[in-house]
Design a protein around this ligand. Structure first.
Ligand SMILES: [Fe+2]
Length: 262
């Protein structure tokens, strides 16, 4: 059986028009540069997994821009909301990309969830989302391997301001995932940096943003000078996950390191 190839792009922070910036970086241009790099790497036909904060403030126009870019690149894309998104507005405007939360990918199943909560940056899994996970795991029980994707991190990154936004009720979710026995990895966005660790028995991967990165192990909000990035994943039929992160070293608009928040 073939290796399943996925490309994760996260925290796009697109604005209502193409000129919007985050930390001095034009977010539409950096997202398009990431897509070009993905194609250059020979992964242009891969499925995309977009793990939240696709807009900077859930603007309909941002999702319309995203829909146009993805269709012009002929992409298949799965998406989920972050704390800067609104799932309903996304579903309304990502017209060519139906909201798929339980996906059959051959020997692998993909399960996505919404870890955002209204008017708060931190992660929380609502009762409704816990039920969705429980039902999703049942639906995918025939799959030997499951990848779970969500916006917020369930683990600490030794960065006080980001760690305060860790999913506050992660234990119940962990019980569900662990008891299913076939969740092979958890993948997240939100932290704007590369991270590979473990959540108990389950490997966890976080991924740099397609625009600006946060400085690792910083207790306060601080940008890093790292360029835009993305993560590639090769999901093997035997359950092995081979993954890596690529940065766009030749992308020229550099972040404003004096930026004090977002
Ligand atoms: Fe976020």
């Amino acid at each position: 059986m073939d290796i399943l190839r996925l490309t994760q792009i996260t925290d796009l922070h697109l604005g209502a028009d193409g000129a919007a910036t985050l930390g001095g970086v034009p977010t539409k241009a950096s997202f398009e540069a990431v897509l070009a790099a993905v194609a250059t790497q020979g992964r242009g036909d891969d499925r995309l997994l977009l793990t939240g904060d696709l807009a900077s403030d859930c603007q309909p126009e941002a999702y319309q821009i995203l829909n146009r870019i993805l269709t012009s690149h002929n992409k298949q894309a799965f998406w989920l909301p972050g704390n800067h998104d609104d799932a309903g507005i996304m579903a309304e405007h990502l017209v060519d990309f139906p909201d798929q939360k339980i996906v059959d990918l051959g020997p692998w199943g993909l399960l996505t969830l919404d870890s955002s909560q209204p008017h708060k940056p931190g992660g929380h899994i609502s009762d409704e989302q816990l039920l969705h996970v429980e039902q999703g795991l049942q639906t995918l029980a025939c799959k030997p391997h499951i990848l779970l994707a969500m916006h917020h991190s369930p683990v600490l990154l030794n960065s006080a301001w980001l760690d305060s936004q860790q999913i506050d009720n992660r234990d119940r979710l962990y019980e569900l995932l662990q008891s299913s026995g076939n969740v092979k990895a958890v993948i997240t966005g939100h932290v704007h940096q590369q991270f590979e660790g473990r959540w108990g028995d389950i490997p966890v991967y976080s991924t740099p943003s397609s625009c600006v990165q946060f400085k690792a192990q910083s207790d306060d909000f601080t940008l890093s000078d790292q360029p835009p990035g993305y993560r590639w994943l090769d999901l093997h039929p035997d359950g092995q996950v081979v993954t890596g992160v690529e940065f766009l070293s030749d992308f020229s608009p550099r972040p404003d390191l004096g930026c004090a928040g977002y």
